[in-house]
Design a protein around this ligand. Structure first.
Ligand code: ADP
Length: 219
């Protein structure tokens, strides 16, 4: 087990955002965290990575290196830096040029290496931030609505690549509001709406009548 949440609770003033959240993540898991807007998904990620402390309950994790691709990325896209500069210098672990080049290729943006971030489309910027998250060689990669700005063709390639990383042993936590992406055999699902509505495998989830592709709002 690499992460364990025990009866975690969070509130902002009088508003309870998360209550009694208990689940575990094992090494190599592919966990989809689903739930409608405002159900507490992003807050839970902040708690898991230690960016925020829970008001009650406990999070334990082994020494895990997290790679985090946040949902809102636009701020640093305003900097006059190039793709290469963002990847090389905004990473504590000082990635090698060979590692940067390999990931630029993997994400089909190698031709943009010396382009300024401000000149890229939203989807291209998102790919650069995916690369930045991967350059820290994370044990656990957290993707918060990763494909919101990606076109369908790249989306497919993106998930194939994430599955390859998962096959190699990387733990994936994938936050999404719909279930059409990121599902694979053996995926786990944590459905949130302030509390845990469901935690188990995708196969168990389907037995409850949920379908792949259904928007969580409607299930
Ligand atoms: P989700 O990621 O599922 O959309 P969030 O975790 O972002 O949900 O938000 C859950 C709830 O907590 C929302 O009602 C949101 O308005 C509230 N919230 C999130 N962050 C803060 C904050 N820093 N201060 C006050 N309320 C917050």
């Amino acid at each position: 087990m690499i992460i364990e949440a025990q009866q975690v609770g969070v509130h902002y003033g009088a508003q309870t955002v998360l209550s009694d959240i208990t689940f575990q993540v094992n090494k190599g898991d592919y966990l989809n965290i689903i739930g409608p807007n405002g159900s507490g998904k992003t807050t839970l990620i902040k708690i898991l990575t230690g960016m925020q402390k829970p008001a009650s309950g406990k999070i334990t994790h082994a020494s895990v290196v997290f790679g985090y691709l946040p949902q809102h990325l636009r701020q640093s896209a305003k900097l006059p830096a190039t793709v290469y500069e963002v990847l090389k210098y905004s990473n504590k672990q000082k990635p090698t040029d060979a590692h940067i080049d390999a990931l630029l290729k993997e994400m089909f943006v190698d031709h943009l290496k010396h382009q300024r971030m401000t000149k890229l489309s939203g989807g291209e910027q998102q790919r650069v931030y995916i690369i930045r998250a991967l350059l820290s060689n994370p044990d656990c990669l957290i993707l918060d609505e990763p494909t919101s700005a990606l076109d369908p063709t790249f989306r497919k390639a993106f998930y194939q690549y994430i599955e390859k990383l998962n096959d190699q042993g990387m733990t994936i936590i994938h936050v999404t509001h719909d279930l059409s992406d990121g599902l694979r055999h053996g995926s786990k699902i944590l459905e949130l709406d302030q509390t845990v509505k469901f935690f188990g495998t995708f196969e168990q989830y389907q037995l409850l009548g949920h379908k792949k592709g259904a928007h969580v709002h409607h299930v």
